[in-house]
Design a binder for this molecule. Structure first.
Ligand SMILES: C[S@@+](CC[C@H](N)C(=O)[O-])C[C@H]1O[C@@H](n2cnc3c(N)ncnc32)[C@H](O)[C@@H]1O
Length: 227
């Protein structure tokens, strides 16, 4: 039988390279991101004074926060350009989340929306260790990540996950195990956004101090371990 998955995946990835198409497609599939906004409003009833949107893409969640409080970072120059054009007054920077050029303990909250499922375990752990570093000790991490589609008849959800650019969609438990070295989990909830299944996790950094373990090839974040 003809297997269309590979060409369809290729087409989806090319679409995702065009920021306005990426936005439009996701907006339709996810009902205008209503669930995400409600989640943010519920968990940040007191708005954080300094919030980092890690892997902000085109910045769609910037308007959920005040302009002075918000910084969005992303690896993609095209997404950052689109974010700057759409949300004037908000701050966006091109940056690799696994090597943030940001001061330690400089944020009260970090949000991560659908980023870790693009990363293998080792990279995801570097990013989480960087998030722990830039969060102040009582700060909040609120993340939501794609999980395998739950409903059998949610054929659109199954299809979208087949075509997703992220190759590391994990069950909820695997995200929890990624968080374990750096974070204490406070709440875990399933979230269905349009046809897309997520797990939403709220966590706080562990209070233990971080030490640098010696490594032959120095990288400021790769060697962080909990004392
Ligand atoms: C599915 S998109 C989600 C974008 C945005 N958070 C949202 O919900 O609309 C994943 C994003 O992660 C970004 N990303 C992947 N690896 C990254 C890295 N190492 N550092 C920063 N951003 C990264 C991609 O460029 C992309 O914008």
């Amino acid at each position: 039988m003809l297997n269309l998955t590979a060409p369809l995946r290729y087409g989806t990835h090319r679409l995702a390279d065009v920021p306005w198409m990426f936005d439009g497609l996701r907006w339709m599939l996810e009902g205008g991101f209503r669930q995400h906004r409600q989640l943010l409003a519920r968990h940040f009833s007191t708005p954080p004074a300094r919030v980092l949107d890690c892997g902000c893409g085109t910045g769609i969640f910037a308007p959920c926060f005040s302009q002075p409080s918000y910084l969005g970072i992303d690896l993609s120059p095209a997404y950052i350009a689109r974010a700057r054009a759409r949300y004037a007054g908000y701050r966006f920077q091109e940056m690799d989340a696994s090597r943030m050029q940001l001061a330690s303990q400089s944020f009260d909250a970090v949000i991560v929306s659908g980023v870790l499922h693009h990363m293998d375990r080792s990279l995801a752990q570097q990013v989480l260790s960087e998030i722990q570093r830039v969060l102040r000790p009582e700060g909040t991490l609120l993340m939501w990540e794609d999980v395998p589609t739950r409903g059998r008849i949610n054929w659109l959800g199954h299809l979208v996950h087949q075509l997703d650019v992220g190759d590391h969609i994990r069950p909820a438990g695997e995200y929890l195990s990624l968080l374990a070295p750096c974070f204490q989990v406070e709440s875990v909830e399933p979230m269905l956004s349009g046809c897309m299944d997520y797990v939403a996790i709220k966590a706080r950094p562990h209070s233990q101090p971080l030490v640098h373990a010696p490594t032959s090839q120095y990288h400021p974040t790769a060697s962080l371990v909990i004392a």
